[in-house]
Design a protein around this ligand. Structure first.
Ligand code: FPP
Length: 229
């Protein structure tokens, strides 16, 4: 039987371009991007993917105009308030990784509520990376290990993982990026060393069930050697 990926990570790109192409303000693209999030969560759960991680706001995204940043945070708030119960009813465990403490209080509170509500769910593990950077994650992990008095003799790849934002998050099997760009942009750098990459020209708001299935199908054809023969 063909192996489906355990952990799929997605760099959701192209919201702005989608909106601009339609003569709409950039934020309309983010709004439409939520429909794709909903679609992908459903199809990932149905396909039997165990972990889905979505790059929702990077530590570099603060460079955008403040109105766009504020819009994104408020869109996340309203989406979570609206969808929290349905996610829970579908047995989805929702988590957030990133420098959450730097987010607006209201968003932090909703993040906490969503994580708490869904904490004991056993279905799809859905992780939103918000104010997330891969290098920052590693720096934060080093800081945490030092503050906990971690002994340098014990330091190895397995024990270090315990200090990452979500130690349980396994290595990424399939990394998808939409909208034609072919780079990692500081996403999950610790977890992606042997990820298979799938790039598509499709803009995130247009990313369909068929696109997701195409990516999974492509993954099943890859030969993974993890450095071996
Ligand atoms: C990239 O498009 C998209 C983003 C920076 C934001 C994506 C966030 C969401 C869809 C919200 C996630 C929802 C929750 C509940 C956490 P872009 O603006 O970089 O597009 P462009 O490259 O065409 O300008």
């Amino acid at each position: 039987m063909r192996q489906i990926p355990v952990h799929v990570a997605i760099i959701m790109d192209g919201n702005g371009r989608w909106a601009q192409a339609k003569g709409l303000p950039r934020v309309a693209g983010h709004k439409e991007g939520i429909s794709s999030v909903r679609r992908v969560v459903k199809i990932a759960a149905d396909t039997g993917v165990k972990y889905l991680t979505l790059y929702s706001f990077s530590t570099e995204n603060w460079k955008r105009p403040s109105e766009e940043v504020e819009f994104l945070f408020s869109l996340m708030e309203t989406t979570l308030i609206k969808e929290m119960k349905e996610l829970h009813d579908n047995n989805i465990k929702v988590r957030f990784i990133g420098r959450i403490r730097a987010l607006p209080d209201k968003l932090q509170k909703i993040i906490e509520d969503t994580e708490e509500l869904t904490a004991n769910n056993t279905g799809l593990n859905l992780t939103f990376a918000v104010n997330y950077g891969g290098r920052q994650e590693i720096i934060d992990a080093v800081k945490k290990s030092i503050s906990l008095g971690y002994s340098v003799d014990k330091l190895d790849e397995v024990s270090f993982r315990e200090f990452l934002y979500c130690p349980e998050l396994p290595d990424v099997d399939l990394m998808i990026r939409t909208a034609g760009e072919q780079r990692l942009s500081n996403f999950l750098i610790w977890q992606s060393i042997y990820a298979e990459f799938y790039f598509t020209e499709t803009l995130w708001p247009d990313f369909s069930e068929t696109d997701f299935k195409k990516a999974i199908n492509e993954f099943t054809k890859r030969k993974r050697r993890f450095g071996g023969l």
